[in-house]
Design a protein around this ligand. Structure first.
Ligand SMILES: Cc1ncc(COP(=O)(O)O)c(C=O)c1O
Length: 397
């Protein structure tokens, strides 16, 4: 047994989250792709069956009221809120991340302008996940703004009295770099602008502290670290102090103050509900609600501590097992700059990932040359990490 295999045994023995693994459906492979699609929590299939057979099949329309379907977006939002450092009443679940980026960004420009005229620039993370960039481009055209793509580290120098809103990713989807949310938020505020954070790669992976850092708006998906399932609805956070001025660009009937009044004039509801649009996708949403039960009794700080230990250990194994210079690590070494994934660059990454998957080690490949490994502390063990690095070394030898 190698030194690293022995160490993995010890680390797993001391892991306070180890028992959580039994709450997921897994096989004997190594799943390091939970930063793309989280694993299935054991409780979900039974809940979905109940929602379909009893709530829909037997109760039918009554489930909208008696079964709590109508209020699910806010209720589930309140379950996600503590995971991202938000008090209740500020998070609503529904629609995709892309749609929520649109609501949040156009809403942020409108909020900035309601506080004073003359702001006509949107700053967007130049390294962003593409959907945010596409939507920012459209939001800029619709609001008469200029779009400025800027690398996150250069954002403070790019801000000024023309800046209306800034759209940033908390963790870079490709490199796994964690951006400095507190200081970037403070810089945006010092310029009199509003910030929108995309939390897709941090919600459920590390502490976010939305309220504590005074974030204005945020969005995130629920199918990665929150294990909501393929295409599960995203979430939207609007800080309480901004809610009564939040002017959604998608004011559907579900965000109306009196949705069943069927009035021709729109009057926005108060609170997080204002972020809703149309009829919620109940099947996905209630699957997500069941999935969130795995968080009962789990602290995000414990998840973060294990996440850093997992990524540290993976880097240690990669260094010990892989031929020197065969891969280049593009994920920062510093804990303060690392999300919950490790990205390794090598010219034949696509082919290598194919071989890893064939051997039961599932990560993913991001063009043109990145091997991406996601570490989901609720169900990844240190033994998985050692095995993944060992198989990777064999394939690269
Ligand atoms: C940072 C980021 N934003 C947005 C998305 C996707 O948005 P949507 O949920 O609308 O497909 C992803 C998907 O991986 C992502 O990583």
């Amino acid at each position: 047994m190698s030194e690293q295999a022995l160490k993995a045994e010890k680390l797993d023995g001391a892991d306070e989250l180890a028992a959580k693994r039994a709450e997921f459906v897994l096989d004997d492979g190594v799943y390091l792709d939970g930063n793309s699609l989280g694993a299935l929590p054991v409780a979900v299939p039974g809940r979905v069956e109940d929602v379909v057979r009893r709530q829909w099949g037997e109760l039918r329309i009554r489930s909208w009221t008696e079964g709590g379907w109508w209020t699910a977006p806010e209720r589930i939002g309140d379950r996600i809120a503590p995971l991202v450092g938000a008090a209740a009443g500020q998070v609503v679940v529904g629609d995709s991340t892309s749609v929520n980026v649109f609501k949040a960004l156009v809403g942020a420009v409108r909020l900035a302008r309601s506080a004073g005229a003359g702001r006509d620039e949107i700053v967007v993370d130049a390294t962003t996940f593409p959907t945010d960039g596409y939507i920012a481009h459209s939001a800029a055209r619709m609001t008469g703004c200029t779009l400025r793509p800027v690398p996150p580290s250069e954002v403070p120098g790019a801000l000024g009295d023309r800046t209306a809103a800034v759209l940033l990713n908390h963790v870079d989807y490709r490199t796994g770099r964690l951006h400095d949310l507190p200081s970037l938020t403070a810089a945006v505020h010092a310029a009199g602008a509003l910030v929108v954070w995309d939390l897709c790669h941090s919600a459920g992976a590390l502490p976010v502290g939305l309220d504590g850092h005074g974030v204005d708006l945020a969005v995130g998906c629920t199918y990665k670290y929150l294990n909501g399932g393929p295409g599960s609805p995203a979430f939207l956070y609007v800080r309480e102090a901004l809610q009564d001025r939040f002017d959604s660009p998608l004011p559907g009937w579900n965000s109306h103050a009196e949705p069943f009044g069927m009035r021709p004039e729109y009057e926005p509801a108060a609170g997080a509900v204002r972020g809703r649009v149309g009829t919620p996708d109940i099947l996905s949403m209630l699957a997500l609600e069941a999935a969130l039960e795995v968080w009962d009794g789990v602290s995000v700080d414990a998840v973060r501590a294990k996440s850093l230990a997992l990524t540290d250990f993976f880097l240690e194994c990669v260094e010990a097992y892989l031929p020197e210079g065969r891969v280049e690590c593009v994920t920062p070494r510093a804990h303060a700059e690392r999300g919950s994934q490790v990205a390794l660059r090598c010219p034949d990454a696509g082919e290598v990932m194919g071989r890893l998957i064939a051997r039961g080690v599932v990560g993913d490949f991001r063009r043109p040359d990145v091997l991406r490994f996601g570490f989901t502390p609720l169900y990844v063990a240190f033994a998985d990490v050692e095995r993944a690095a060992r198989v990777l070394a064999e394939e690269l030898a």
